[in-house]
Design a protein around this ligand. Structure first.
Ligand SMILES: [Fe+2]
Length: 348
């Protein structure tokens, strides 16, 4: 993307995020990555009268090839962490999420926006106040619920016991002290009690495996008991290829907590395309987490929600055509949101 255009979308972003002349905005990058992001965010921060600086970390010492969440590169760098704790807003172009350093920076009152997706996607899924309001309606409903049940025509029937962990919303910008968000995003989630997820999830062709950034081709049956996956297999009469890939990847972390059940919720952005991976395979799949009416469940860590599981093995799996009930009330009906205040204005 042209740098001037990039500057302009970052100006819209920081305006939504409430940046003003009394604030300092830091931008974090790593190695050679996303220098143009840092330039655009600093330009935008200055345009709004804020002070700004760019903190650039060295590249990771070794790249394992796996998406090992939680290793921020800041662990051995306490003075860098202190610098980031001291600012009002941090734009994270490295993906700090799940790291203890991110939580420490937030706890100091710094709000954090992650921005790592390709610039054209940032532009197309520019957050809006209207979308934020719809996401917050969803978050309110989710926060009140004590149970969630997800079903699908393919045989999914799984229940999450709720009420232990907080509900979180992502709408793509952040204007509150200590709050984290990710651009672009439009979804809500919480986590089940550590031993409170039971049932069967059947992944159907077209459901999405992140971080593989692939679409499921062969159905996968996942059996969950007391918050942990006990079995992953292909359904009768199929090759079970995706089941094998999923299992092989989780096993490679050599950590049984990689089979834990992580966050769960649904997406609200009608502008996000289910077919998005065909256009932006280089990103981390935020479009797929956000597409309207997807029900996304996740495997692995729940430390983001305050839970004890901090495994580095993490999957997000947005699914199409599911129904989701909160305390027996139908909230997502076969991929369509039932609550008018969560639907786009003007209908769809
Ligand atoms: Fe996730």
């Amino acid at each position: 993307m042209d740098q001037n255009l990039f500057n302009e979308i970052c100006l819209k972003q920081l305006t939504l995020s409430g940046v003003n002349e009394d604030e300092t905005v830091a931008v974090l990058t790593r190695g050679e990555e996303r220098a143009e992001y840092a330039a655009a965010f600093m330009w935008a921060a200055q345009k709004l009268g804020a002070a700004t600086f760019h903190l650039r970390l060295p590249p990771p010492a070794s790249a394992s090839g796996a998406w090992a969440v939680g290793d921020s590169g800041l662990g051995a760098n306490p003075r860098a962490v202190e610098a980031l704790k001291s600012v009002d807003m941090l734009v994270d172009c490295t993906f700090l999420l799940f790291s203890p350093e991110q939580f420490a920076i937030q706890a100091a009152g710094t709000r954090i926006l992650t921005a790592v997706e390709p610039a054209p996607l940032l532009a197309r899924l520019m957050p809006t106040k209207e979308l934020r309001e719809r996401v917050e309606v969803g978050a309110e409903l989710l926060a009140k619920a004590r149970s969630m049940r997800i079903t699908s025509p393919h045989g999914t029937d799984v229940t999450y016991r709720l009420g232990v962990y907080p509900t979180m919303s992502e709408y793509g910008y952040t204007d509150q002290p200590g709050r984290w968000d990710h651009w672009p995003a439009a979804f809500v989630f919480t986590g089940g009690a550590d031993d409170g997820v039971d049932g069967k999830i059947v992944l159907a062709p077209g459901d999405v495996l992140l971080p593989f950034n692939t679409y499921v081709q062969t159905p996968v049956e996942i059996i969950v008991e007391a918050g942990f996956i006990r079995d992953i297999r292909g359904t009768a009469g199929t090759t079970g290829l995706d089941a094998d890939l999923l299992t092989s990847y989780i096993e490679s972390f050599d950590d049984p907590r990689g089979y834990g059940m992580s966050h769960v919720g649904w997406g609200l952005d009608e502008r996000a395309h289910w077919h998005g991976l065909t256009r932006f395979s280089g990103g981390m799949g935020m479009e797929l987490r956000s597409f309207y009416g997807n029900v996304m469940f996740s495997i692995g860590p729940n430390n983001e929600l305050g839970g004890p599981n901090d495994t580095a093995c993490h999957f997000d799996i947005p699914m199409r055509g599911c129904s989701l009930y909160l305390d027996d009330e139908l909230i997502v009906d076969a991929g369509e949101l039932t609550v008018p205040e969560m639907r786009p204005t003007g209908g769809r």
